[in-house]
Design a protein around this ligand. Structure first.
Ligand code: FE2
Length: 362
């Protein structure tokens, strides 16, 4: 397989379509410590969509709301609630990436176009992935504005919580579709199955997960894909698919190098995390052995730990960040491990199921 056939460089940003972008952006600023740094809307000549761009470390999230009922974002919000619309890639050449993706079987979302303002001109095109989610290809051509054409600076600093970069973005797809989408990422984007995973390792009673990794040398972008497993209970993936109205982004994992500091900051900002059963910590030392962190801190903050052949990782998961039980976030710190915490699945799933039962969805 050709290495990186679309010349993807990195995730440029993740765009959410939400009911109220102004308030959503303020939530991510106050709760997660993102800085609001750019805005596009009526005041900047954008009459269709209002967008607030947020950043922390190299992570860029964009909250966008439609300004009329006939904008496609209105139907998207009606169907899905707030959710991820676009995982946008920076590429060398947006038109070339788009043509190659379509040649490899991608369904076009929009054709290559130029977007300009006084700071320069970018090129942009997009393809569909699972559900109503798209991947934009953006080539910046030395664009010098604060974010993208149409945006102006609008600085509103957040209290940085130490979130550095996106580690992985997980998609939920329907039963039986995981392999299909894994193949799609391989065929169309040239991604590879992540080396450290065996399918059987990461299938549980409740769901299965396959990981696809971007084919650059740094293994910089990881896209795990989940599907529900047929079981006696309704899986968390089923619950997501019901309330999101189909496949979509389940969670975005953000990397930190000081999870205690990050989690304290997020909790201080009002972010709520899944509660971990007390029994989890009784078995922890036997399961993962020695770790650098104090076990008291790990337990008090509700952090999960998992070890594999390369090292270990610390992680924890927020509750869904909207009323529908759909999108949530993960905070992750890696100490050698390149995995996703498969040893935590059982503890995690038990925690999720307790909350699912409270919602009457189990
Ligand atoms: Fe994850």
């Amino acid at each position: 397989m050709e290495e990186n056939p679309l010349k993807l460089r990195k995730i440029h940003h993740v765009q959410f379509w939400v009911g109220n972008a102004l308030q959503a952006a303020e939530y991510y600023r106050r709760a997660f410590g993102f800085t609001r740094f750019a805005y596009a809307g009526l005041e900047t000549g954008q009459r269709a969509l209002a967008s607030h761009a947020l950043r922390q470390g190299t992570i860029r999230l964009v909250m966008s709301s439609p300004l009329s009922a006939d904008h496609p974002a209105s139907a998207h919000v009606a169907r899905h609630g707030d959710g991820v619309r676009d995982i946008a890639f920076e590429v060398d050449d947006a038109e070339a990436a788009f043509r190659e993706a379509v040649r490899r079987g991608a369904r076009p979302a929009f054709e290559p176009r130029e977007e300009s303002d006084e700071h320069g001109t970018i090129h942009r095109a997009a393809i569909h992935t699972y559900g109503d989610t798209i991947h934009s290809f953006i080539s910046l051509n030395g664009y010098a504005g604060p974010f993208l054409p149409g945006y102006r600076e609008q600085p509103a600093a957040g209290a940085d919580a130490g979130l550095l970069r996106i580690d992985h973005i997980v998609g939920n797809v329907e039963l039986g579709k995981m392999n299909e989408w894994a193949a799609w990422y391989s065929d169309v984007l040239g991604f590879k199955r992540y080396l450290t995973f065996e399918d059987k390792d990461i299938s549980t009673e409740y769901s299965a997960l396959m990981s696809i990794v971007m084919s650059d040398d740094a293994y910089a972008i990881k896209f795990p894909i989940n599907e529900p497993a047929p079981g006696r209970k309704k899986s968390q993936i089923d619950e997501y698919l019901d309330f999101y109205g189909g496949p979509g982004v389940q969670h975005i994992a953000m990397l930190t190098t000081d999870i205690a500091r990050t989690v304290r900051a997020l909790k201080g900002g009002g972010v709520t995390f899944l509660a971990v059963p007390a029994a989890y910590y009784e078995a922890l030392a036997d399961r993962v052995g020695r770790i650098d962190e104090e076990t008291g801190m790990v337990r008090d903050l509700g952090i999960l730990v998992d070890r594999d052949e390369d090292g270990y990782l610390l992680q924890l998961f927020t509750r869904p960040v909207e009323d529908r039980p759909t999108l949530f976030f993960e905070v992750i710190q890696r100490k050698g491990s390149r995995g996703f915490g498969k040893g935590n699945f059982k503890a995690l799933f038990e925690a999720i199921e307790r909350e699912q039962a409270l919602r009457g969805n189990l």
